[in-house]
Ligand binder design. Structure first.
Ligand code: ZN
Length: 388
């Protein structure tokens, strides 16, 4: 295993062990001294263990490879676990709130016990040490989740310092301080629960982050031959994403062109590592931009491949030009040769009065649509194309 990863995992384990100790110490001291704030802070430490555990379980579950019945993998099981943990955490916050309000209503206040004060100070010191440790390992191993955890431990320091202040305030006569501190901690816990819940719901709802969609869209649109991106969808978690992208290629694209584009699209996995799978869906643009019309020396429509010239109409620019049909006399592979010639000048549509199956498939392979028309007037032919 990568040494960076094992160091980050070790930091996670240290943090869990420390929080277990803090939960027990604060829990016992809080109950003995009758301090809602200290009990709340103990539950806070427990909630932190649960939320780290949810991440851990998630990583383990996400490792389970896809199987026949779960072709997209098992990442939603992680979200279901988070959903349960999130609800439990929010419930804890509500419980603390309820206790604190009761404490206020009944005018209760904790006894000032030196061991309770010591437990809160101990918690603040341990959390500060944890914060420094996790942030430094996080920076060294470039683990953003560990840095986030470290910052969270700073919040834990503030919570424990608040408990200490609450005790001191109660000691000098402000009996309500303990309940108020407990409420503040309940709000912190509520935030943790809300965050976990939101994350789980985002994954379950296949939410697409606009910034992520923009990254994928600009990557795919940057590939030569891609005309536009029409749809980006994502399934999975922030670590493990399955992306579906629909894109349009220009009408002249061959099967080989599309193959090459798809290869380039798959390279996005190197650029955005959380993308584990990308599903490209190709659409060939139906928009006609350049039409070839077979004409004779006088510029009249002939409707067949024996015509001496092709009139090339650029519908976007509104220009026209005439090219010589070099292959009108060809005895073999005439359809193929003409299709390639027209493809090279960017033609994506040809108008004929009739076409054989062989020639038709050559045009199709060259990305050229065949339109049938018996109309003599070229302007009318063009008009009918515009309408389609
Ligand atoms: Zn916390």
């Amino acid at each position: 295993m990568d040494s960076d990863i094992s160091e980050a995992i070790k930091a996670g384990k240290v943090s869990i062990v420390a929080n277990v100790i803090l939960t027990i110490v604060k829990g016992i001291a809080g109950i003995a001294a009758n301090s809602t704030a200290l009990i709340a802070d103990s539950l806070h430490s427990m909630v932190d263990i649960l939320s780290s555990a949810a991440v851990w379980i998630g990583i383990k579950i996400a490792e389970t490879p896809p199987d026949k019945e779960h072709p997209y993998g098992h990442f939603k099981a992680e979200s279901l676990a988070e959903l349960a943990v999130g609800i439990a955490i929010i419930f804890t916050a509500i419980l603390i709130m309820y206790d604190a309000v009761n404490e206020l209503i009944s005018g209760r206040s904790p006894e000032f016990e030196i061991y309770a004060l010591a437990a809160a100070v101990f918690s603040a010191v341990v959390n500060e040490a944890l914060a420094r440790y996790k942030i430094s390992v996080g920076v060294r191993t470039k683990s953003s989740s560990l840095i986030a955890e470290g910052k969270h431990s700073r919040t834990d320091v503030i919570a424990s310092v608040a408990v200490v202040l609450g005790f001191l305030l109660v000691y000098i006569g402000y009996w309500w301080a303990d309940a108020v501190v407990a409420m503040g901690i309940a709000v912190l816990i509520l935030e943790i629960g809300g965050e976990i819940l939101k994350n789980a719901i985002d994954v379950l709802m296949d939410r697409l982050d606009p910034e992520f969609a923009f990254k994928v869209t600009s990557y795919v649109e940057g590939i030569r031959g891609v005309e536009s991106v029409n749809f980006v969808g994502v399934r999975g978690t922030w670590r493990h994403k399955i992306v579906e992208v629909h894109f349009t290629v220009s009408p002249g694209s061959s099967a080989e062109d599309i193959e090459a584009i798809i290869k380039r699209i798959e390279d996005i996995k190197k650029e955005i590592p959380e993308i584990k799978e990308i599903i490209p869906v190709v659409r060939v643009s139906k928009k006609i931009s350049k039409v070839a019309i077979p004409v004779d020396e006088n510029g009249n429509y002939t409707g067949d491949l024996n015509a001496p010239f092709f009139e090339i109409r650029d519908l976007k620019k509104g220009t026209k030009m005439k090219i010589v049909n070099e292959y009108r006399e060809a005895e073999r592979r005439k359809g193929y040769l003409i299709a390639e010639m027209l493809k090279n000048v960017g033609v994506d549509c040809i108008v004929l009065s009739k076409v054989g199956e062989g020639a038709k498939s050559h045009f199709k392979n060259a990305g050229i649509t065949v339109k049938l028309s018996e109309e003599k007037d070229i302007e009318k032919i063009i008009k009918s194309l515009d309408l389609s």
